[in-house]
Design a protein around this ligand. Structure first.
Ligand SMILES: Cc1cc2nc3c(=O)[nH]c(=O)nc-3n(C[C@H](O)[C@H](O)[C@H](O)COP(=O)(O)OP(=O)(O)OC[C@H]3O[C@@H](n4cnc5c(N)ncnc54)[C@H](O)[C@@H]3O)c2cc1C
Ligand code: FES
Length: 327
């Protein structure tokens, strides 16, 4: 964890109410990964005293980023929602900003080597692997970092970004995902851009179509439906469960957005037996696990038992299957 006074090197409005701020912070840029966050003092004055957490949106290490970010910089994409972000929105290029990072645990994913890329080209001739990034509103912020980190290994058709928003004015980062090699599907609640409806419906449509075309995934979904009927441990079960895990291994979902959306995504992933990582948001104070102010309830063997983890220290990225999402 590094605390630094970083120079703001760019700060621009992306859309009304949304801004992107980049700061030169070589040590943090070197250490941070997608899904981790920065804790930022929005003002040099005493008020507001508490730092505000923001996911890293883009990162460029020494030598710069292939996708255009300035070298040795970290970037955040934020929505102006209250006092802290309003003050932040007035900070100017050249000013110093107090940043702590990297904090938390980010997305787990396989970093790609040249050897992996050759192997993955060979694999893709057999069964295609699909990575799905699904974001609601400002939830795009950490997923762009993940997309750019993985850009080298994704191939068109195997890398999908689903972006949801209430209206077209809140659709963010579509171009960034495209530049990283993703196919992009947009869903707006009012139908002003892309499909009309919830982004989770777009996810269901995609998975329905994909499973229809893939016997392995169809079998995986069937396996989930019939799981309750099965007795444990027969030879047939073991064969079916191998097929399920083969199905599951073909797709991975990474999600960030409002709680209701993440809960719905977790439910869909469970039905299709797809591994799913979610980036949670909770109001934070210390950001390092000391104040116990950002608990999230996790599943226990007996639903009446209560167990909690801290979003700042144990997350913000969790396995969706670990969270007790509630009714
Ligand atoms: C790990 C993490 C990563 C985040 N990444 C981003 C990001 O990349 N971009 C971005 O725009 N925002 C992000 N947030 C949310 C961001 O921290 C809050 O929007 C910010 O702290 C609001 O500060 P404020 O002083 O402007 O608002 P306040 O005046 O404190 O509150 C204004 C409104 O925002 C709500 N709010 C405040 N904090 C949070 C929070 N943590 N989660 C949800 N709602 C909140 C309040 O309930 C209130 O309705 C992240 C939060 C966490 C925990
Ligand atoms: S913000 Fe203090 S424990 Fe998470």
């Amino acid at each position: 964890m590094i605390q630094t006074k970083a120079t703001i090197i760019s700060h621009r409005e992306v859309k009304p109410g949304y801004r992107c701020l980049a700061a030169r912070a070589p040590a943090i840029a070197q250490a941070i990964g997608p899904g981790q966050f920065l804790h930022i003092r929005c003002s040099d004055a005493v008020d507001p005293l508490l730092r505000r957490p923001f996911s890293v949106h883009r990162v460029a290490r020494s030598g710069g980023s292939r996708l255009g970010a300035a070298p040795d910089s970290v970037e955040i994409l934020y929505e102006v929602v209250g006092r802290g972000t309003e003050i932040l929105s007035r900070r100017k290029v050249g000013e110093l900003i107090d940043i702590i990072g990297p904090l938390g645990n980010g997305f787990s994913f396989k970093r790609t080597t040249h050897h992996d890329r050759r192997e993955s080209r060979a694999e893709s001739r057999g069964s295609p692997r699909t990575t799905i990034l699904i974001a609601g509103g400002i939830g795009v912020a950490p997923l762009v970092a993940l997309a750019e980190e993985q850009a080298a290994s994704f191939k068109r058709g195997a890398f999908l970004a689903l972006i949801g928003a209430k209206t077209k004015d809140q659709v963010l980062s579509a171009q960034d995902f495209r530049k990283a090699g993703a196919d992009v599907i947009i869903a707006t609640e009012d139908g002003s851009q892309g499909k009309k409806g919830l982004v989770t419906d777009a996810l269901k449509d995609f998975l329905r179509t994909t499973t229809e075309g893939s016997p392995v995934l169809r079998q995986a979904q069937h396996g989930e439906r019939s799981r309750t009927k099965r007795s444990r441990g027969t030879h047939h079960d073991r064969r079916e469960s191998r097929a399920e895990s083969r199905g599951a291994s073909l797709i991975t979902i990474y999600a960030c957005g409002p709680h209701g959306m993440l809960k719905a995504v977790a439910g869909i992933a469970r039905v299709y037996r797809i591994p799913c990582q979610v980036s949670l948001e909770e109001r934070m104070a210390c950001g390092v696990g000391a104040c116990l102010g950002c608990p999230v309830r996790i599943k226990t063997r007996h639903p009446s038992d209560a167990a909690y983890k801290m979003v700042c220290k144990d997350g913000p990225v969790f396995d969706a299957a670990e969270i007790a999402w509630g009714k």
